[in-house]
Design a protein around this ligand. Structure first.
Ligand SMILES: C[S@@+](CC[C@H](N)C(=O)[O-])C[C@H]1O[C@@H](n2cnc3c(N)ncnc32)[C@H](O)[C@@H]1O
Length: 336
């Protein structure tokens, strides 16, 4: 591909453009049944509550529009939520202005360059954000720096090994979309299993190009405004002016645990969750059980440590960082 045609966009920029979008933000409910989000969201709140209850100072990095922090204010001393997307922060602040909490604040900030002093926090929350950080090692270094000795990290990520991911087409999948202004957009998602990575390409096809003309003369395309295609980004590239892409690394229980272990964290524990809604749905019981949602999500939190995380859709990792041990280790290494 011609390099001048293609430019990379960071994940936070994507969230900034579609502010409000994010895992379980309101606008996501347009894409999946709202109640599915509600079940998962409640389970996550319970998981984080259990993990950070009693902590004095908590930092939520990549807080988006405020999930789950806005729900944890009664369980901790205080919380600061930071996000690189100013527009996500704006929405979080709006939500906050409608709540009564006075021990939580939101501000713009970069995971890789935190403004806080050493040892400022008892716990750090990463809810779906770690996968979106462009420099994860740097973010983990910053997390270690601002954590108190024996401070806790709690992290949620989707499990790349979950069956729905495996059912996907790994070579890549593309589609053309005809917009209202007769412009043709093309999107292509390329996935690799090892390392778990998704690259998402987007471009506009010139309507005067050979491909553009062919698509516009296709009656099915004109009628349905969308067309799935086997054409890869390399094949489509000659017909577009500029290509934009973003990359996202993904995790499974092993890779997420290794990332924390390699960066000096201890007591790493990965559990799984995200089964309650699917169980009830397959039994046709979602509607009937709606009034018991809170209790059932609490129950899911309780059993999550007994679930095999390789088989659940979502992963919940907890770990600690002991700066004293690490400093001693560093010294040992330096003396050798
Ligand atoms: C998947 S969303 C999760 C948002 C929220 N925690 C939730 O669960 O709804 C990931 C968030 O991480 C933020 N983010 C990505 N890179 C970041 C960085 N380097 N520093 C701070 N935030 C970042 C994005 O802007 C986005 O709001």
């Amino acid at each position: 591909m011609k390099n001048h045609l293609i430019h990379k966009v960071e994940q936070w920029e994507i969230y900034d453009r579609m502010s409000g979008h994010g895992i379980y933000a309101d606008s996501d409910k347009e894409f999946l049944p709202a109640e599915r989000y509600d079940w998962t969201l409640l389970t996550e709140i319970e998981l984080f509550k259990n993990a950070v209850r009693g902590c004095k100072r908590v930092l939520d990095i990549g807080c988006g529009t405020g999930h789950p922090s806005l729900h944890l204010t009664k369980d901790v001393g205080s919380i600061v939520g930071i996000d690189k997307s100013e527009r996500m922060i704006e929405i979080a602040k709006n939500k906050l202005s409608r709540s009564r909490a006075d021990n939580i604040s939101f501000e713009g900030g970069d995971a890789g360059n935190l403004r806080f002093h050493e040892g400022s926090f008892d716990a750090i929350i990463l809810c779906g954000s770690l996968a979106t950080f462009s420099d994860k090692e740097r973010a983990l270094r910053e997390i270690k720096r601002v954590l108190k000795t024996n401070g806790k990290v709690t992290c949620i990520e989707a499990n790349w090994l979950y069956r729905s991911t495996h059912e996907r087409h790994f070579q890549g999948e593309g589609n053309f979309v005809l917009t209202q202004k007769d412009s043709i957009r093309y999107r292509y998602v390329r996935r690799s299993i090892y390392p778990h990575k998704e690259t998402d390409y987007r471009c506009i096809i010139s309507p005067k190009s050979v491909l553009g003309k062919k698509l516009l003369s296709n009656s099915q395309f004109r009628k349905h405004k969308t067309l799935t295609t086997e054409m890869s980004i390399e094949e489509v590239e000659p017909f577009c002016d500029e290509i934009e892409y973003d990359e996202q690394e993904q995790f499974d229980p092993q890779t997420i645990a290794s990332l924390f272990a390699e960066n000096g964290f201890k007591d790493i524990y990965v559990s799984g969750y995200g089964i309650m809604y699917d169980l009830l749905n397959s039994a046709g019981l979602v509607g009937g059980m709606a009034s018991h949602m809170k209790e059932l999500c609490k129950a899911e939190t309780g059993i999550s440590r007994f679930l095999d995380p390789t088989k659940t859709e979502m992963l919940f990792l907890t770990c600690k960082f002991n700066s004293t041990i690490s400093n001693e280790k560093n010294q040992e290494f330096q003396e050798l």
